[in-house]
Design a protein around this ligand. Sequence first.
Ligand code: ADP
Ligand code: ASP
Ligand code: MG
Length: 472
Amino acid sequence: MKNLLVMKFGGTSMGSAERMRVAAALITREKKPVAVVVSAMSKVTDLLLDTLHRAELGDRAGVTANIQKLRARHTETIHELGLQTEAANAVEALVTEFERISKGVLMLGERPPRSVDEAIAIGEKLSSEILAHYIRQQGRPAQAVSGSDVIVTDAVFGNASPLMEPTRARCAERLLPLLEQDIIPIVTGFNGATSDGRPTTLGRGGSDFSASILAAALDAEELWIWTDVDGIMTADPRLVPDVAVLDEVTYAEAAELAYNGAKILHPRTLAPLVEKQIPVWSKNSFAPEKPGTKIVTHFDEPKGARAVTSMSNVALISMEPANAVLSGTRLMARALDALALANVEILVFTSSSYRQSFCFLIRKHDVNAAVEALELNLSLELSHGYLKPLEVDENVGLLAVVGEGMRGTPGLAGRVFTAISREQVNIIAIAQGSSELTIGIVVRLDHLDKAVRAVHQECELGKLASAALSEP
Ligand code: ADP
Ligand code: ASP
Ligand code: MG
């Protein structure tokens, strides 16, 4: 749709009555048509997941207390916004729905993935209902829409991927008529459904992804992601004191940053937008007058190292043949095949040709699935002593330096390594893809933060946020 803006409001930007008032004002001040995607109020998804966990363990009192918290938070917000019975009824119906699913989990003593996805989508349903009621109370037509009615996904519960063709058709059917009548759709982020209607979610932080899926499906002019910081920064502002906001980053840089742990964007956000080259802005809903960061397709002149990110929830798995009969290359092929079948994503992979050993970094929550798949696939080699037992090291973290202009910048890797070793931090593994967009470095977990600060300082990222990295 020509002129369409898709706006996404994150958890903090929806976190209270006051924040919802600001969100409503940012939406309704636009002259252009706006489709809105909302997250659950901050911490609500954690609360819902904790409730289901308690239900599985049979902690009835904990479940009841959490549900009471959920009800109180949203009821209070409604009162503070001056909303009437209709909104209260909508909230109560959703809380009751969550209660029903939690009771099911309590009875079963387990959490079927599909029920979890259905239950945790209720956080976004609550916030979208409240915001839609509030915008209507302000005199503008708005309607809450569930992501499950417009985003069609595969059946990977908890981490689903969109099927773009049916999603486009659903958006045309459900959202375009609203937009054409000047009704603002307030779509729940995070959730979708399979084509036969089973509820799914897109992974934690998935509302960014919902927004980019909808922006692509609706041919939006721009996507604005409203969050709680001034834009994409040279490092996580909670870790590094002197960060700077990047005025522009490319899709490729933003995707690398997100995949390597920058929480500001869900890792898969950019993928749906690349083909149509829809520009994205990351903006601060607490300071809307600030320009934010624009994510663009390319720079005319690459700008050197731009940012440093880190990931602490990772594990390093090492594998090594025990004798020369087993070829290292064949072993790698078998291991990668097993990991792919188990849906385990590899973040870093390095190998040594002499000992034919290799190691790879994965997310901590994938460790059990990965080890199970590898041990099953390689059970003969393990039991006959051709392969050494797998080593799993969870005491590691990943640091990544990202920037288009790192390509062909001699000396940069040397500076990064020197900065890290100056802090007495030992480097366990290094990976640089041939795109030279990212250098990934695995270090001990308790050294990760100081390594991030050292690299940020050495590359003068805070000072040179928008200029090229100068040669030493
Ligand atoms: P939202 O709820 O709006 O989606 P998130 O909490 O998911 O917001 O993401 C925003 C947070 O990401 C910021 O508050 C900041 O602490 C964190 N963050 C991590 N790395 C970066 C970075 N490089 N630039 C900006 N913010 C970052
Ligand atoms: N509410 C979901 C989460 O906390 C999705 C999101 O906020 O983007 O993961
Ligand atoms: Mg987020």
